[in-house]
Ligand binder design. Structure first.
Ligand code: GLA
Ligand code: GLA
Length: 707
């Protein structure tokens, strides 16, 4: 059951508009600074802040001693200035007195080491003691601020799982046994699911079920047990979130609640499709990837956020105004990039654009993380861009953007949290598999082909699309396969990647030839059967050979008859259905060296009114783009140097078209009608033709019927 969509009201005259602001940590500053903060927020058109995320020690300095005075004062000041508060439960990190009194709440790592206090989330989600304290805090805050007119939303926890995603404490051990009992009912069912006849892993009772703690050396964890441990950790944190949410809601039922996800293509460790059912509106913390993939990666992550929110608007809870401070190289944003990234999020359906954080810290671990008001103060490039962004968001709000919804693409790339977890297993033919990275590569390939795909959770309903793509969806159960078969029968195109459908939800390998899940139905749909996979290194030959003459080393790549290159995994297809059509085979000296010369690599197979497409190897992004253009259901595609999205009002009256420069150079804007609401880094020549500079974009409003 999904909770109904509820969106926070702002303190604007009609309660609407884009929520713009950031994490605000006034407790890091003397109160004299607060008035300047609010004056600058108004200058920047800030409409909302997220407050008190790490303030537990300030609110409850000693057990049972409460200090709400400072919080009363700052919420009052913000409300008076028309700035809405997204109030946190302050439970992401606990005060030291709590850890001293109750060291048993600390999580443990897989080696049994205690996770010490002093950072964030040094608590076990399975600890009943910690939960009691956290829920008491939630109730206190809800009682005190539930009716406050400036508090318009609740920010439950913060980035659940950032530091306690995998907890190996004794409380977690006990909870895992309870969880397994609930999942399997009988210990026989668990033994069957985990395949415990292997390595004497037979479990005689649920009291013998173990966490996958460190077992010494390179010894490998049972992958089914590991996959369940991932599910369990997700469920523990989700239970914790629900308990906090329900504690607040019992006292303050009238205000929308959210918790911020951590979705980017390098970081997505929860089953957020399930979390999305449990919030009133979904929100995300997205941190950019420097380099050429910056905008594409952002777009792919956002497409998945749109998938999680099922087309309704969503909220950027955090992104960085410029550099972060937690990588080895922390690249700043260039001129216009702050505005471009923020409006790119809006282009993909965000109605909230918020940063970490408002004022750059003077002390502590995040002093060198960028902020809306940098160390240099308001007289700074970053703050000027923050103000410029505020103006542009106001213009979009005035033009009626809020509540419009991202128009669907005709292709869905399917995302599966379980497959992401499964690809982390060290027991696979290679440890280099990464489901979300393959989703990202396909996503980028669609952009390169001048098209846009959506990213949709596997568990959701994607039957309305024309094409679905399954990149390294390692785990498919029988019901998933049946859905794919029905989709193809009724005219859909099912594109299946090389490492898709190898195991079921218990990490049991589908037999009879790969991809074997679904009792052979996936093979039938694709018209292929393969017996082995060939793994290569992706590296150039070390002994001076070249790609054309691999020398004596095993070649690190395999090439295909259409000029494509595979660098990791080639499925060795040994039989084809008679009506299957081969689009590309392995070919050339590398293929010959691996005894793959002539083996089918990319295959199209008619099925029902639709078809299956099997891509039996990994391919470079530009190879995938060429393949996408050749797919039977492909349309002509547009300009690959732009990202174009459209947001449409649910009643169809108005649409907003976003055109973003996807390249590092200038790009001509196509002639588009309508009213330009935003032009950012866009040059218009005397003849009216427009060019987008690097990081440039345009937003155009049209009546949808005319669009
Ligand atoms: C060792 C073990 C076997 C098996 C192989 C796999 O030789 O004795 O049980 O695990 O490694 O390579
Ligand atoms: C996370 C946290 C924030 C802050 C940022 C820094 O998203 O939620 O409190 O630490 O990272 O990038």
């Amino acid at each position: 059951m999904r909770r109904p969509f509820r969106w926070p009201r702002l303190l604007t005259p009609d309660g609407g508009g884009i929520a713009y602001g950031g994490d605000y940590n006034p407790d890091q500053w003397p109160e004299e600074v607060w008035d300047e903060d609010i004056e600058l927020m108004r200058r920047a058109h800030v409409t909302t802040v997220a407050l008190a995320i790490f303030s537990w020690a300030r609110i409850e300095p000693a057990e049972g001693v409460w200090d709400f005075g400072w919080l009363d004062r700052i919420i009052g000041k913000l409300g008076d200035a028309g700035i809405a508060v997204d109030l946190s439960t302050a439970t992401a990190t606990a005060p030291l007195w709590l850890y001293e009194a109750h060291p048993e709440v600390l999580p443990r790592d897989r080696y049994g080491h205690v996770i010490n206090p002093g950072s964030r989330q040094s608590w076990s989600p399975a600890s009943p003691v910690f939960k009691d304290y956290a829920l008491a805090m939630c109730r206190r805050l809800a009682e005190r601020y539930g009716d406050h007119p400036a508090v318009t939303a609740w920010h439950v926890g913060n980035e659940y799982g950032w530091n306690n995603r995998h907890d190996y404490s004794d409380d977690a051990q006990a909870a895992f046994r309870t969880w397994c009992r609930a999942r399997y009912g009988t210990v026989e069912a668990l033994n069957d699911a985990w395949g415990t006849s292997f390595w004497s892993q037979h479990v005689a009772s649920f009291d013998e079920v173990l966490l996958p703690r460190h077992m010494g050396g390179d010894s490998m964890v049972n992958p089914a047990q590991q996959l369940d441990f991932e599910r369990f950790g997700n469920d523990m944190l989700l239970d914790f979130y629900r308990a906090e949410r329900d504690a607040i809601e019992a006292i303050c039922p009238g205000k929308p609640l959210t918790t911020n996800f951590m979705v980017s293509t390098d970081q997505c460790s929860m089953d957020y499709a399930r979390w999305s059912d449990e919030v009133d509106f979904v929100s995300n913390d997205h941190y950019f990837h420097e380099g050429a993939t910056h905008l594409d990666e952002l777009a792919c992550s956002d497409a998945l956020m749109d998938g999680f929110s099922q087309g309704r608007p969503w909220y950027v809870m955090e992104h960085s105004p410029s550099a972060v401070q937690w990588k080895s190289l922390n690249v700043r944003k260039r001129a216009g990039e702050l505005v471009r990234d923020s409006l790119a999020h809006v282009a993909f359906g965000a109605d909230g654009v918020n940063f970490f954080q408002w004022r750059q810290s003077r002390s502590g671990a995040e002093a060198f993380h960028s902020a809306m008001v940098p160390h240099a103060g308001a007289d700074s490039r970053v703050f000027r861009e923050v103000c410029e962004l505020g103006q542009l968001l106001t213009a979009l709000s005035d033009a009626g953007i809020q509540g419009t919804e991202l128009e669907r693409a005709d292709t869905a790339i399917l995302f599966s949290a379980e497959s992401e977890w499964a690809t982390w297993s060290e027991t696979l033919p290679t440890t280099k598999l990464a489901h979300f990275h393959d989703v990202r590569d396909w996503y980028r390939a669609f952009l390169d082909a001048g098209r846009r795909a959506d990213v949709v959770p596997l568990r959701d309903d994607w039957s309305g699309y024309r094409t679905v793509v399954l990149p390294t969806v390692l785990v498919l159960d029988d019901a998933d396969v049946r859905r794919l078969v029905r989709f193809a029968e009724s005219g859909g195109t099912v594109v299946v990647g090389y490492a898709t459908g190898l195991v079921d939800g218990c990490f049991r390998v589908g037999l009879g030839g790969y991809p074997g899940v679904g009792e052979g139905q996936l093979r039938d749909l694709l018209g292929v059967r393969s017996e082995e996979c060939n793994i290569v290194s992706g590296e150039e030959p070390a002994d001076g050979g070249t790609l054309d003459d691999p020398g004596t080393d095993d070649p690190g790549v395999v090439r295909l008859s259409d000029g494509s290159t595979s660098r990791l995994w080639q499925q060795v297809v040994t039989s084809l259905a008679p009506d299957a059509q081969v689009l590309a085979r392995y070919e050339g000296p590398e293929a010959a060296s691996w005894e793959l010369d002539g083996t089918p690599a990319v295959i199209v197979h008619p099925y029902g009114d639709g078809r299956g497409v099997y891509v039996g190897c990994d391919l470079d992004v530009d190879d995938l783009a060429r393949l996408i253009r050749r797919l039977p259901a492909a349309d002509a595609g547009g300009d690959a140097s732009l990202i174009h999205t459209r947001r449409v009002a649910p009643d169809g009256t108005v649409a907003f078209d976003f055109y973003l420069n996807r390249t590092a150079g200038p790009v001509a804007l196509p002639a588009v009608g309508g009213e330009r609401i935003v032009t950012h880094r866009c040059d218009v020549a005397p003849d009216g033709t427009a060019t987008l500079r690097r990081n440039g974009l345009v937003v155009v409003r049209t009546a949808a019927s005319a669009a």
